[in-house]
Structure formats: C-alpha cells, structure tokens
Design a protein around this ligand. Structure first.
Ligand SMILES: [Zn+2]
Ligand SMILES: [Zn+2]
Length: 103
C-alpha cells in the first residue's frame, strides 16, 4: 500500500495544451480515442445536462467509478438512460491559448 497512486497508465496529458486528462480507446469494433478532463470522483455529472452541451464532434462519455477496477470510459449511444448514475464527460477541449507570459 506504499504506492497509493499506482501506475495510472490511463492518465495522459493532452499533447496540445498539457492538461491532465484521461485518454483511452473506447469500443471494440470501431474504437474511438477518447480524451476527457477527469472530474473529482464525487462530482455529479448527469447525462442529460452533459449531453445538452455535446456537439457533433464532441461526444459524451459515461464513466462508471468502480472501486477496484481501473477507470473505463464507456460510449454513450442514443437511448443512454437519462438517470444513469455515472459521471458523464465531454471530450476534452483545449482552453484558449494563454497569453505568452504573465508577469
Ligand atoms: Zn452513463
Ligand atoms: Zn488540450
């Protein structure tokens, strides 16, 4: 138990903005590379409000949090239950570029 944080090989940084994200392949036949900003475990992210912000090229992912399993994003298809208890995340979007240096 000395290495509580584990290897966390699903964590990776966005190559564009360096944000700490969760990136992984989702799906079996036609896997999509998903990259999301990971919210705190306790945060509520209902499907319906998240899906309201979705765009054609910004998908909604379902993230079940199971204590003893690695995080595994799930595809949400049409008909995803609106009362699904899991967290729902939009694809990561890089923040606007910051001014070069702030002094
Ligand atoms: Zn869900
Ligand atoms: Zn980014």
């Amino acid at each position: 138990m000395s290495r509580a944080r584990g290897r966390g090989n699903d964590d990776s940084r966005c190559p564009a903005c360096g944000a700490h994200t969760l990136a992984q392949w989702v799906g079996h036949t036609a896997a999509l590379r998903a990259r999301v900003d990971l919210p705190p475990p306790g945060e509520t992210r209902p499907y319906d409000t998240t899906a309201a912000d979705a765009e054609p090229n910004r998908l909604v992912w379902c993230l079940p949090r199971q204590s003893y399993r690695p995080l595994r994003l799930r595809w949400t298809a049409r008909g995803h239950p609106p009362d699904c208890p899991h967290q729902h995340l939009l694809d990561h979007q890089c923040p606007p570029a910051e001014p070069a240096t702030i002094f």
